[in-house]
Design a protein around this ligand. Structure first.
Ligand code: GMT
Length: 382
């Protein structure tokens, strides 16, 4: 197949999933064309059957707000026509599904019928979909897609309850390359970071308020005050980095916290971690938690959204009520004290990642879904 993929190319879960999907599809012999305003950060080296088409956004003086949706539409039309794509896969509803729909209509005038698949990731529904200034466009763009997928059962149900949706939604969960994300031997690194056998806690996110990164610092502080030997890695960057740093300083724990910024080889950091903290206020799937599980790190997370579909409470991690710092501290303490439990959860998390979310198991679901959508669009036309 010749597949076009549009996503947000910067740091963020939807861009990671879209890029990893494209890479996996290319490895399976498809031609994959990424269409975005910059090269997706997870793409790495361009392979033989991976292509990138940059959406140029022009700075015409009249456009105080450059109409990116239209620039993207024009680029989609151009790429579908000239590369003879079979299908377009848009990740994140706004504005990608909207541009996809407009491109489909423009192309239909030249007799080209391009099927559009939209994958819903999370905030496109839980935040943007709820916003009255976007809602009619979100609803329309999803309903006009030829196929719609969501990354968890939770997101499917949320979409049906928040939005006005007539389209069927297929749940295809996120996935992980468990050959890349696996426990790596990094004893020297661990020894350098935790010279006195401290327990290493880690949090990876884009530091948006929804990730509640300052809760991580609060939890860490409580454990330090209780006398536990702990260290904290904060991986990523975003608006809450400065408040988290400020809080760590104010609480006097900054010397045991490392702000590592955006890191690509995150599996190397996860490999020396003992416990992963995800106190998010909203999470439709929790890809960062899956990365931790694949690397054998037990997860302590909020009992919200799609997280209970991923983290099996008491088996691959521990779930806590949203915003309950006491519960997070207690569950983390439990894992620090009980090494046997930590090891059991580490193995169970890794096993769950391999058995249920491995790339090679999930990507064929997308291929089969593309085939179904292409067939239904073709029969609708004939
Ligand atoms: O919030 C983020 O991390 C970014 C956001 C996105 O859409 O780029 O992530 C969402 O999609 C990820 C990939 O499907 C999911 O793993 C995240 O749970 C989801 N984030 C939220 O729902 C807040």
């Amino acid at each position: 197949m010749k597949i076009g993929i549009t996503c947000y190319p910067v740091y963020g879960g939807s861009g990671v999933v879209a890029t990893e999907l494209g890479k996996a599809l290319a490895l399976r012999g498809h031609s994959v064309h990424f269409i975005a305003y910059s090269i997706p950060f997870r793409l790495g080296h361009i392979q033989e059957n991976i292509f990138f088409h940059e959406v140029e956004v022009n700075a015409y003086p009249l456009f105080e707000y450059p109409p990116y949706t239209l620039n993207l539409t024009s680029k989609l039309v151009d790429v579908v026509k000239h590369e003879e794509l079979d299908i377009l896969h848009m990740h994140y509803a706004i504005p990608h599904a909207t541009s996809g729909d407009l491109a489909k209509r423009i192309l239909a005038d030249s007799g080209i019928h391009i099927p559009i698949v939209t994958t819903l990731h999370g905030t496109d529904i839980t935040i943007v979909g709820r916003d009255p200034s976007f809602a009619p466009v979100v609803n329309y763009s999803i309903n006009q897609s030829d196929g719609v997928t969501a990354v968890s059962e939770f997101l499917k149900e949320e979409t049906l309850s928040i939005c006005d949706i007539t389209a069927d939604i297929e749940v295809i969960p996120n996935f992980i390359d468990t050959t890349r994300f696996r426990p790596l031997m990094k004893d020297h690194f661990k020894q350098a970071i935790c010279p006195n056998g401290e327990t290493l806690l880690v949090h990876v996110s884009n530091f948006r308020p929804v990730k509640r990164t300052t809760d991580v610092v609060e939890i860490f502080n409580r454990l330090v005050q209780e006398g536990y030997g702990v260290k904290l890695f904060l991986v990523g960057d975003g608006p809450d980095r400065a408040p988290a740093e400020h809080l760590a300083r104010e609480l006097g724990v900054i010397d045991d916290v490392r702000f590592l910024g955006k890191q690509e080889p995150v599996e190397e950091l996860l490999s020396i971690a003992d416990i992963f903290l995800m106190p998010s206020g909203s999470e439709t799937f929790g890809l960062a938690a899956l990365e931790a599980m694949a690397c054998g790190v037990p997860v302590v997370a909020s009992d919200i959204g799609g997280l209970p579909e991923l983290v099996i409470d008491g088996e691959t991690g521990l779930l806590c009520p949203l915003g309950d710092i006491d519960a997070f501290t207690e569950k983390t303490r439990l894992l620090i004290e009980d090494e046997e439990l930590r090891l059991k959860m580490s193995q169970a998390g890794r096993q769950r990642a391999v058995d249920t979310f491995e790339t090679n198991m999930i990507v064929p679901l997308y291929e089969a879904y593309y085939e179904r959508v292409m067939e239904s669009v073709a029969t609708g036309i004939l």
